[in-house]
Design a protein around this ligand. Structure first.
Ligand code: BES
Ligand code: ZN
Length: 985
């Protein structure tokens, strides 16, 4: 999309995906703490290897006492550095992870939320089993006022609780017992508590919408992943502590209550006018997947082919927009059941639209919660792009019902097993429901390319990454876990084949169902399957190079007399002479990869060949008559390719003369690689590996005059408009826009304003029209302004696929009245997709006062919902007139923003990136650095590092490319050749 975020960070397009938050890697320095004062001893390994059994006995506690002076000092230090529990006493457990000496089997939860007073009364009974002997229970609880507690043995005999402590920094509760829990015995822990419905978008929180009579209606809903179940009820809130859940919930009669499982029973509570709903008991599952909602929604339902009851719930005002979700979900659900080869184990699946929702959607087992824009579709109002968004999010969350819910990662370090897989499956699932949408091709621009862009930064991280505390966990819900994760599965599929992958996945799911798994379990299942088919590939050996190391290789190829030499080295976009080349070598694998190097040649353009680069370089023959070789066929491999001068020349000439000789994926790949290689880059062995001239990338881009396909255009526009942003302060800025304009004009004329063609052609139209406006095309601007005006004054219908460009242009070139009209539509529309477009349109204003007002609305949740603040900041920052006001606003109100979004939320990192990473000058870099030097950013730490690195690289780009690019543009673009409108404001 023109005007999108910088290429060096992932561009999330116009979806509701908060996936661009990055953060500090967890330091494991505190894992070596060992004995504590509670009379039990902890095996250090067990503390950070989930699933390992905690060793804990009185005998060992005695050993601790006799361990000598050094140990005493160590303990004293731990005590000295540990914050006290709320009553001032020392909290005896120092680890943010729970010990594993007891585990839950069964939770019986009773809740009474009052949606008027916000008070919640809760009562939880947990059946536990002791894994090891212990005299203490440590459990999670966050912001719960525990009013009563008890512990019983079998047959109800009580166990005296000597000490009850609350430790807010780790969100833990401690119960010290006066007798030892016996290994293998079961116990019942009861806790009564009071809490409130939360203000934010996590835990058990309040949301609301305006009904048809203009009245505000409230609902109470949950979002627990990754660590907020503990804010709703005391629990062992780690993904491997699976248990069954039984819920009863008290509600008012006008409401309904929903849970992961179907309703079992509804009983009126005498003299209260209230009703108590009880639900069937759940399957064994992780706490983060528990969900419940109290609301007054309506629903539409369907029975799937496999006899699962599927329903979509929405506010009554929106229920007529639920049909598409129901239809597409039924289709995908049936498809997955066959694809995964395992029956969905619950009797129902609900999809529910939540008006205030932080993420895009959440896969709670049997009760998936969605942002309204990710579920609602209205054919008269919603664009093809937004419709695809709905299908993709549904396909993603439904894939989690198997990948994540049935088989869950043992610990968050393997989050990619959940998110990478769901992201890989979302294209496959959507394709099953919408075969005409070319979802395989879209994988490239949606997953592979953004992941490669981010993973070229030094501040990236390996897919499998140690994390411990909630802020670290939040920080890995990012492009690496999602998109790089999905991309390396796609690469795996490319060399073992779709069938073998599907069979391996089925085996993995079967072997681990209702349990937990780690990355190695997946490789083990795939190895069994490949072996069975006599394929001797070392799956784990190959894949470890992709999951355990940050980054990816640049494969440099030379062709001489039919002889290919291909070498590999880590590709890092870096500052000249700044990166220490030896630093990246400090890993056991040494930044080398098993690269499946595929290629086609001019002699055999339809026959893909392949050589493995097994941690090594390769040499091979392709034949003396070969004119060009294209590597990484279809960009299925997670690496980049750099050709020698003759190699690029051959491919550029092929593109310019006969581009359809290559697939559209290969064309997009060449554009993506050449524009990226214009950045100065380092490899592990060379601190300065040089660049490709910017003019060479521009020479290649000339072929776009003939390009008619969406995927290459998507890639090209991302890069070309990134260059426009990079040239912001220079005369070449206007010429760059003029150049893009010349590329676009023939396509603008060809494509026109009528909503015709295939799905991809419609997506392309929207991009080309927006690009034309952005380049100042007078015709496009006039047309959009006319349509906007007719819509505003006469209510003339605009096709949904044209609305984004029409609304944006209308506001950009419009009056204050135009902006106010959009504000009114935003506040009154019941169409989520329309509201979202209004937000984006309003961010286009050129009026400084309106811009400021809009920004200030983000601080008032009655004006702009918390869930939409990120969108506003992103959109305003993309507007050249908005980026400084947005940055200023965030600085000025940092305290409030950081309080509102929480130090541990995935949004805070995205906010930092949104308002800083379009900067391109040393002065702005200095400002960002000095501002963040003194403020705490919590889970946004890695995002900040990535943003700073990105700005530094922008500066570096100028040093290397400005002269060359300006020169090329000077020669190519003469003012007479194009029409460029000066901004009428
Ligand atoms: N499990 C996530 C939701 C989530 C995101 C929880 C961040 C905690 C932190 C869900 O499956 C998800 O990935 N949702 C995506 C949508 C998807 C289509 C990429 C999202 O919310 O952006
Ligand atoms: Zn997900």
């Amino acid at each position: 999309m023109p005007g999108d975020m910088t290429r060096l960070v992932s561009s999330e397009e116009n979806k509701d995906l908060p996936l661009s938050s990055y953060n500090t890697l967890g330091s494991d320095s505190d894992i070596s703490r060992s004995p504590n004062e509670s009379g039990f001893m902890v095996n250090k390994r067990a503390m950070y290897e989930p699933g390992a059994v905690m060793v804990c006995s009185q005998k060992r506690a005695c050993c601790v006492v006799s361990m000598g002076f050094a140990a005493i000092i160590a303990v004293a230090l731990i005590v000295a550095f540990t914050k006290p529990a709320t009553n001032g006493e020392e909290f005896p457990w120092t680890d943010v992870r729970l010990p594993f000496h007891v585990r839950p089997l069964y939770y019986n939860i009773s809740l009474h939320p009052n949606l008027t007073t916000r008070h919640v009364e809760g009562h939880v009974t947990i059946k536990l089993t002791a894994i090891e002997e212990t005299t203490a229970i440590i459990i999670h609880g966050h912001d719960l006022n525990i009013t009563d507690y008890s512990l019983n043995k079998k047959y109800g005999k009580p166990i005296e609780i000597l000490k009850f402590l609350v430790y807010p920094p780790h969100q833990q509760l401690y119960l010290g017992l006066n007798e030892i829990l016996r290994r293998g015995s079961n116990y019942t822990l009861r806790l009564k508590y009071k809490t409130t419905l939360k203000e934010g978008l996590e835990g058990f929180y309040l949301s609301s919408y305006i009904n048809a009579d203009g009245e505000r209606r409230y609902l109470a809903t949950t979002h627990f992943e990754p660590t907020s179940a503990r804010a709703a009820f005391p629990c062992f809130d780690e993904p491997h502590m699976k248990a069954q859940f039984f819920l009863s919930l008290v509600r008012e009669p006008q409401h309904i209550a929903l849970f992961n499982m179907p309703l079992q029973d509804s009983v009126p509570l005498q003299d209260t006018g209230l009703v108590m709903d009880s639900f069937e008991e759940s399957k064994i599952m992780s706490t983060y997947l528990v969900a419940f909602v109290v609301c007054d929604y309506k629903s539409v339902s369907n029975m799937t082919r496999h006899n699962i009851s599927l329903s979509v719930y929405a506010p009554p005002t929106m229920i007529d927009q639920a049909g598409y979700a129901l239809q597409v979900a039924s289709h995908i659900f049936d498809f997955y059941q066959d694809f995964f080869g395992i029956k969905y184990p619950l009797p129902k699946q609900d999809l529910i639209a939540i008006p205030d929702f932080g993420a895009g959607a959440m896969e709670n087992w049997g009760l998936i919660t969605y942002r309204e824009t990710a579920l609602m579709f209205d054919a008269n109002h919603t664009s093809s792009w937004a419709q695809q968004g709905v299908a993709v999010v549904i396909a993603h969350e439904l894939a989690h019902q198997w990948f994540g819910n049935l088989v869950t990662m043992s610990w968050w370090s393997d989050l990619w097993l959940n998110e990478g897989f769901a992201s890989f499956m979302e294209n496959i699932g959507t394709k099953a429901a919408q075969p005409g949408w070319a979802m395989e091709e879209q994988f490239l621009v949606d997953k592979m390319q953004p992941a490669l862009a981010l993973d070229a930064l030094l501040a990236s991280h390996p897919i499998s990454t140690p994390v411990k505390d909630p802020a670290q966990i939040e920080s890995i819900f990012d492009t690496i876990s999602y998109k790089k994760g999905a991309s390396i599965i796609s690469m795996l599929e490319s060399f073992i084949g779709h069938k073998m992958l599907a069979e391996g996945l089925q085996l993995y799911l079967r072997e681990n169902e209702f349990g937990n798994a780690a990355t190695d379990d997946l490789w083990a299942a795939l190895t069994k399957v490949t072996k069975k088919h006599n394929n001797e590939l070392d799956i784990k050996g190959i894949m470890d190079t992709w999951t355990l190391q940050a980054g990816f290789p640049l494969v440099s190829v030379t062709l001489q007399d039919g002889h290919i030499l291909a070498t590999q080295a880590r590709f890092v976009v870096c500052e000249e002479n700044v990166t220490d080349p030896n630093e990246p070598l400090n890993t056991t694998i040494g930044y080398r990869w098993h690269v499946p190097l595929t290629y086609i040649t001019s002699e055999q353009p339809h026959e893909q060949a392949m050589h493995w680069m097994n941690l090594s370089d390769v040499e091979f023959e392709v034949g003396k008559d070969v004119k060009w070789v294209k590597f990484n066929v279809g960009q299925r491999g997670f690496f980049r390719v750099s050709y020698d001068a003759a190699g690029w020349a051959g491919l550029i000439s092929l593109l310019r003369n006969n581009h359809t000789a290559l697939s559209s994926a290969d064309r997009a790949n060449l554009v993506d690689d050449i524009f990226t290689l214009v950045n100065p880059f380092c490899t592990a062995t060379q601190s300065w590996a040089g660049t490709i001239n910017g003019s060479l990338a521009l020479e290649l881009s000339l072929y776009l005059k003939n390009e008619t396909r969406y995927i290459p255009w998507h890639t090209a526009l991302e890069h070309l408009f990134q260059w426009v942003r990079l040239l912001f302060n220079y005369p070449a800025h206007t010429q760059m826009l003029q150049y893009i304009h010349t590329l676009i004009i023939p396509h603008y004329k060809r494509i026109g304003w009528n909503n015709t063609g295939t799905h991809l052609e419609r997506l392309l139209r929207s991009k080309i029209l927006s690009a034309a406006v952005y380049c100042g095309d007078t015709h496009a601007i006039q047309e959009a302004k006319r349509m906007f005006h007719d819509w505003r004054i006469n209510g003339t219908f605009i096709h949904p696929n044209l609305r984004a460009v029409v609304y944006r242009t209308g506001v950009r070139y419009g009056t204050e009245e135009d902006w106010r009209h959009c504000w009114k539509v935003y506040n009154t529309s019941t169409i989520p997709s329309e509201k979202k477009l209004m937000l984006k349109a309003m961010a286009q204003t050129q009026n400084p006062w309106l811009m400021q007002q809009f920004l200030e609305y983000t601080l008032d949740s009655t004006k702009i919902r918390q869930q939409d603040v990120l969108t506003v900041l992103q959109e305003v920052s993309k507007n050249p007139s908005g980026r400084f006001p947005a940055w200023r606003m965030v600085r000025q109100h940092w305290a409030q923003i950081s309080r509102q979004f929480g130090q541990g939320s995935f949004t805070i990192g995205s906010i930092i990136k949104a308002v800083t990473s379009t900067f391109t000058s040393a002065f702005d870099l200095g400002e960002v650095e000095s501002f963040f030097k003194d403020v705490s950013v919590g889970s946004g730490e890695r995002a900040l590092a990535q943003a700073l690195e990105t700005i530094r690289l922008h500066i570096q780009w100028h040093e290397h490319n400005l002269d060359d690019v300006s020169h090329w543009l000077n020669q190519r673009v003469t003012p007479a050749k194009t029409q460029v409108e000066v901004d009428p404001q």
